[in-house]
Design a protein around this ligand. Structure first.
Ligand code: BES
Ligand code: ZN
Length: 405
C-alpha cells in the first residue's frame, strides 16, 4: 500500500480539481459511487449526502457495499478530507455526470466480450517486432509530453498535448488506409482523448483496446499554469503504447480483429474520459476481446519487473499476460499487487464488464514518490526508458496475439 501521506496528496488533487473546475455560488449536485466506509465519513462532514442506491459488489472475499450518492459538489473536497483523516486512505470514488450514470455503475456487470483463445502462437510475428522496439523512442515521447507545462484536463496546455499526440499518431499511420486517428471530445471540458484505430481484416466487429492517460495533475494548488510534468504518470504509459503501435505498424502486421489505442483525457479527476468512452462502447454493443491499461511504466521501484494489478481487473486475462511475459520476455519477473480502489482507467472498463488488465511498474509499497509533483520527470525515473520498454513489448505481444485469432 502507498503511504498515507502520499494518498492524501493524490486524493486531494482529485477533489481540489473538481472544486476548482466546477466551483459556483449555486449549489450543484455531484453524483459519486463510493464504498460503505468512505460513504459514512462523507455523511459526517456533508450531512446532505444521500445514498440513492446501493449494492454489494466485488468478488468472493473482496466484496464491499457500494453506494451511488448525490451530494453538494462544493462539499466534495471536505468529504475527501474526512475520508483521508478517518480512514487513512483514498476514497477511490468515481465521479459521474448524472444520476443515471451513477445508478448504472451499480448494476450487475455483464461480460459482453467475445471469449478470447488466449493462445500464444505468433512467435514469427512478435519476436522481430519486439526486437525492433527502442528505449530511446519511448524516452523521446516522454520528454515531449512532459515538456508541456501540464496536461491538465481544463488547461490550454492539456489541449495542446492532445493535439500534439494526434499529430504524432497520424505520422505513424501515413500510407495506411486501414488506420485512422481521431480526437474524441468530451462533455464539460476541452481536453480531447486521442484514438488510433487499425481496422480488423475479417473479424472487424471484435476489438482489442489498449489505453493510457494523457492528462497530468499536481497535488494541491493545481492551477492552469502549475508545473505538472507527469513523466511517469502517465507520459510513460502513452509513450510505451506509442512505441508498441509504431513497431506493430512498421512490421506491416494486419490484425484480424480491430485494434483501438486510446490516450484518455481527464483520468486524474475521476476517470472521466475513460468512463465516457467505455460507456459508449457498451451502449454501442461493441464486442471487446480484451483491454490493457498502461498507467506508470518507467519507474522501477521494487524487485519484480511487472506487477499485475489484481483488483478491478480480469483474472484470466491477467494469467494470460503472465504467460505472454514468460514466452516473450524471458528473464523478467512478474508479480501481482492491488491498488485497493479504482486507481486508473482499467476500472472504467471493468465497470462495463469488459476484461481488463493493468501491468504496473512497481509494488504499491514502493511506488514512485514523485507522483503528482513537479518532480515527476524523466530524470527522476532514471533518465531513460529501459523499464517502460518492457511494458511496450508486453503490450505489442498482447496486441498481436489477441488480434490474430
Ligand atoms: N497513476 C495513478 C494511480 C496510481 C498512482 C497507482 C500510484 C499506483 C500508484 C492515477 O493517475 C491516479 O492518480 N489515480 C488517482 C485516483 C483516480 C480515480 C483519480 C489516485 O490514485 O488518487
Ligand atoms: Zn495520477
Amino acid at each position: 500500500m502507498r503511504s498515507a501521506a502520499l494518498k492524501v496528496c493524490l486524493c486531494s488533487a482529485l477533489c481540489l480539481s473538481l472544486a476548482v473546475a466546477d466551483a459556483s455560488p449555486l449549489k450543484r449536485r455531484a453524483w459519486i459511487t463510493v464504498g460503505e466506509a468512505a460513504f459514512q465519513q462523507m455523511q459526517s462532514v456533508a450531512p446532505d449526502t444521500v445514498s440513492i442506491a446501493s449494492r454489494e459488489m466485488g468478488k468472493a472475499g473482496m466484496s464491499e457495499k457500494v453506494h451511488a450518492v448525490v451530494m453538494d459538489e462544493n462539499r466534495l473536497a471536505a468529504a475527501a478530507g474526512a475520508i483521508h483523516e478517518k480512514l487513512g486512505r483514498c476514497g477511490g470514488f468515481m465521479y459521474h455526470g448524472s444520476e443515471a450514470q451513477a445508478r448504472a455503475a451499480l448494476t450487475l456487470r455483464r461480460v459482453v466480450s467475445v471469449a478470447p483463445a488466449y493462445a500464444i502462437d505468433q512467435h514469427q510475428v512478435v519476436e522481430p517486432m519486439l526486437a525492433s522496439m527502442q528505449e530511446q523512442r519511448i524516452a523521446s515521447t516522454i520528454t515531449a509530453l512532459s515538456a508541456f507545462t501540464n496536461r491538465y484536463y481544463t488547461s490550454q496546455t492539456g489541449v495542446d498535448a492532445s493535439n500534439w499526440l494526434l499529430s504524432a499518431w497520424r505520422e505513424l499511420a501515413t500510407r495506411r488506409d486501414d488506420i485512422s486517428v481521431t480526437q474524441l471530445t468530451h462533455k464539460g471540458y476541452p481536453q480531447a482523448s486521442v484514438m488510433l484505430t487499425i481496422a480488423g481484416s475479417d473479424l472487424a466487429d471484435e476489438s482489442i483496446v489498449i489505453g493510457a492517460h494523457l492528462d497530468s495533475i499536481l497535488s494541491f494548488r493545481m492551477g492552469e499554469t502549475a508545473r505538472a510534468p507527469g513523466a511517469d504518470d502517465d507520459a510513460s504509459g502513452v509513450a510505451s503504447m506509442t512505441e508498441a503501435l509504431r513497431a506493430l505498424i512498421a512490421s506491416g502486421y494486419r490484425p484480424r480483429r480491430t485494434i483501438h489505442a486510446i490516450a484518455y483525457a481527464a483520468e486524474e479527476v475521476g476517470l472521466r474520459g475513460s468512463q465516457e468512452i467505455a460507456r459508449q462502447f457498451k451502449e454501442a454493443g461493441k464486442e471487446v476481446a480484451g483491454v490493457l491499461q498502461l498507467d506508470m511504466t518507467n519507474y522501477q521501484g521494487a524487485a519484480n519487473d511487472i506487477y499485475l494489478i489484481s483488483d478491478y481487473t480480469n483474472s484470466q486475462q491477467n494469467a494470460f499476460l503472465a504467460e505472454l511475459a514468460g514466452a516473450y520476455l524471458p528473464g523478467l519477473k512478474v508479480a501481482y499487487d492491488k491498488c485497493g480502489y479504482a486507481c486508473s482507467d482499467h476500472a472504467s472498463w471493468d465497470a462495463q464488464g469488459y476484461p481488463v488488465s493493468m501491468p504496473f511498474e512497481s509494488s504499491m509499497a514502493r511506488d514512485n514518490p514523485h507522483t503528482h509533483t513537479a518532480k515527476d520527470t524523466l530524470a527522476n525515473s532514471g533518465g531513460q526508458a529501459v523499464h517502460a520498454l518492457k511494458f511496450a513489448r508486453l503490450a505489442a505481444a498482447y496486441l498481436v496475439e489477441l488480434s490474430s485469432k
